[in-house]
Design a protein around this ligand. Structure first.
Ligand code: IMP
Length: 456
């Protein structure tokens, strides 16, 4: 049975959504009558998964999820864990458009413990960012202020509060506690209270049916030996504890954190680190292998490297296996999935496999990442798959035209990939200590060389 945890190895935006989609398809192809559920376990609408789904009209359409698991696009059961910064309005819109675009009709489970992210969290986030001397470069989705309220306890509004008849009382109580903080940023509390009640009235009613004790519901999936996929958001260097403090997000995003909050056991799962072949970063924070020699710019153009949530241009670095190795360690990874391989075909790839920290060579990632200067392997890697395409949308436009060639390469499997690429993968796997399960060769689901034997 498919029991997987999927997590970003680097700075987010590694293409986890596509990987989830492919793993769901793998489970569907087993055709065993089992249910499939995809669970989001942390973070909020700071994440953005860009997916391409077939609409009711048969056309390929872009579908972006922020608040729901990207599994929504695969039309399978979905769940929201208690550590998620849940934006109900955003979630409702995504579910509604999934119904409209491709007729989503599966189970939705939301933990009664999940905290609700409101507009005031976003306003505080934006206010702080706009006025900060040293900015974090947040997505302004309210993530930091939300998790502060969760940790403060009496300012947490759970999903259970949200859908109950006590919601208005609870909201008032919380706004009273936060009165000073909200007034400082110019929020008129009584006006905001009335607007919030009104804004959420319909959605609270619509979402009520999804409230559950998720940890018990998931036991039912376990008992029936259904397929379970846990989906992470952001990437390992953004973890609140183990990331590049202070340029991190506010959640515990490493995959093993998912298990206690969902009542699941690590031993039942395989953990997959998704690594974009080149690391990217949006917002503040150092990227050791940042390219300043043209590789970055051409990769941004060819790879369409702009944030799905904020539209900001991502900074691009050369492959950094020191970061990848640490991601394997912290996530207790079993497998890797390399993405965006097609974007760098024809490029001469330098690979960082060591840092120079104050004159000392090390393969450890220091807390002060900016101290780490990349040391590159003597050899570089180059491979070519097919003619370059300019960017992702062009790749999609010409998807059908390119398909036969891509399909041929994909069907050829791992053995028939270009030698330069296989060398890269072999050395990578030796270095990080895990095998690579998937080699993603294009933006659309299925454009991947999948080594299914590693899942058996
Ligand atoms: P926040 O999560 O919005 O508070 O932002 C904190 C940092 O994490 C900023 O550098 C963001 O750009 C980054 N970040 C948050 N979510 C994502 C994501 O899904 N992908 C990439 N970076 C992210």
């Amino acid at each position: 049975m498919v029991k997987l945890g999927i997590v970003g190895a680097l700075g987010g935006d590694e293409g986890k959504g596509k990987v989830v989609d492919e793993m769901v398809n793998y489970a569907k192809e087993l055709n065993d009558g089992k249910r499939i559920i995809v669970i989001r376990f942390q973070g909020g609408a700071n994440a953005g998964h860009t997916l391409y789904v077939k609409g009711k009209d048969g056309q390929l359409k872009q579908f972006i999820t922020h608040s729901s698991p990207s599994g929504l696009a695969s039309n399978v059961d979905i769940a929201i864990g208690p550590d998620v910064a849940f934006n109900p309005i955003n979630f409702y819109e995504e579910i509604t458009s999934a119904k409209e675009i491709f007729g989503f009709n599966k189970e939705v489970l939301i933990s009664e413990r999940t905290g609700i992210l409101f507009d005031h969290h976003k306003m505080i986030d934006a206010y702080r960012e706009d006025n900060a001397v040293k900015k974090i470069g947040t997505t302004k989705s309210g993530i930091g202020p939300f998790y502060e309220d969760n940790a403060r306890r009496n300012t947490r509004i759970t999903f259970n509060d949200y859908v109950s008849d006590n919601f208005s009382k609870k909201l008032k109580e919380v706004l009273d506690i936060k009165k000073l903080e909200l007034e400082v940023i110019g929020i008129d509390i009584s006006k905001y209270y009335n607007e919030t009640i009104l804004k959420h009235e319909k959605i609270r009613k619509e979402l009520k049916k999804y409230s559950c004790r998720l940890e018990y519901k998931l036991q039912d999936y376990l008992k029936r030996d259904d397929h379970i996929i846990i989906e992470g958001a952001q990437g390992s260097i953004l973890d609140i504890n183990m990331g590049t403090i202070p340029d991190v997000t506010s959640s515990h995003l490493l995959l093993p954190y998912a298990f206690p909050s969902l009542g699941l056991s690590r031993k039942d799962f395989k953990i997959i680190c998704v690594e974009k072949i080149y690391p990217t970063r949006v917002g503040s924070g150092y990227l050791p292998t940042l390219s300043e020699d043209g590789f970055g710019d051409s990769t941004v153009t060819r790879g369409g490297e702009f944030g799905a949530t904020t539209g900001r241009k991502r900074r691009v670095g050369y492959p950094d296996w020191v970061l990848a190795k640490r991601a394997a360690l912290l996530n207790d990874a079993d497998l890797f999935y390399l993405t965006r391989i097609d974007v760098v075909q024809g490029e001469e790839l330098k690979v960082c496999n060591e840092y120079d920290i104050d004159g000392e060579k090390s393969i450890e990632v220091p807390l002060e990442l900016s101290l780490a200067k990349p040391v590159y392997m003597d050899k570089t890697f180059t491979f070519r798959l097919w003619e370059n395409v300019d960017n992702v949308s062009k790749a999609l436009e010409v998807h059908d035209e390119l398909s036969p060639l891509r399909q041929k390469i994909i069907k050829g499997g791992y053995t028939n990939l270009p030698q330069g690429l296989k060398d890269f993968v072999e050395e990578h796997d030796k270095f990080v200590g895990c095998k690579t399960l998937g080699i993603s060769l294009g933006p659309a689901t299925g454009e991947t060389v999948l080594r299914k034997e590693f899942l058996e």
